[in-house]
Write a protein that binds this ligand. Structure first.
Ligand SMILES: [Zn+2]
Ligand SMILES: [Zn+2]
Length: 151
């Protein structure tokens, strides 16, 4: 059976590609009944996008995270709170303290408590102002009211 080059349309990108006589012959010897549905570059893309489906999946070594699909590198950093060495999934920057997971929870609780206290102070201030008797010169007061700049 003679094969001749055929032009096919890629299912993914829609561009046409040539299914050569040689490839058709190769497909036939493999017992494949179907024409390829994707152009070579889309086929290559799919392969790189789904490495876990390849038998020869590339190994990233230390970049492989446990069970995760995204390669992730851990960086050693020193906990700002207790001084222990901990591993974090990002590069430590000088402008931000790094905490180990134990200290992080404690620090976060402390921060949340501080924020809550600040909010309560602000709320008390606002309700106190609203409850306060009107000043003698309400018009002037209003004119002088400045919206506090947010930080
Ligand atoms: Zn394509
Ligand atoms: Zn710590």
């Amino acid at each position: 059976m003679a094969f001749s080059d055929r032009e096919l349309a890629c299912r993914d990108c829609g561009s046409s590609f040539v299914f050569t006589a040689g490839e058709q012959e190769f497909y036939a010897t493999k017992g494949l009944q179907h024409d390829p549905v994707r152009c070579p570059s889309c086929r290559a893309n799919r392969r790189t996008l789904r490495p876990d489906e390849r038998e020869d999946a590339p190994s990233y070594g230390v970049f492989v995270s446990w069970g995760g699909r995204t390669p992730r590198q851990l960086h050693a950093a020193q906990c700002h709170e207790c001084g222990q060495t901990t591993e974090i999934p990002f590069m430590a920057r000088g402008d931000r303290p790094v905490f180990c997971s134990n200290c992080y929870n404690a620090v976060r609780e402390r921060q949340e408590a501080a924020e809550l206290a600040a909010q309560q102070r602000l709320a008390a201030l606002v309700s106190g102002a609203a409850a306060a008797p009107m000043a003698e010169e309400p018009a002037e007061r209003e004119a002088n009211t400045v919206v506090p700049a947010r930080e």
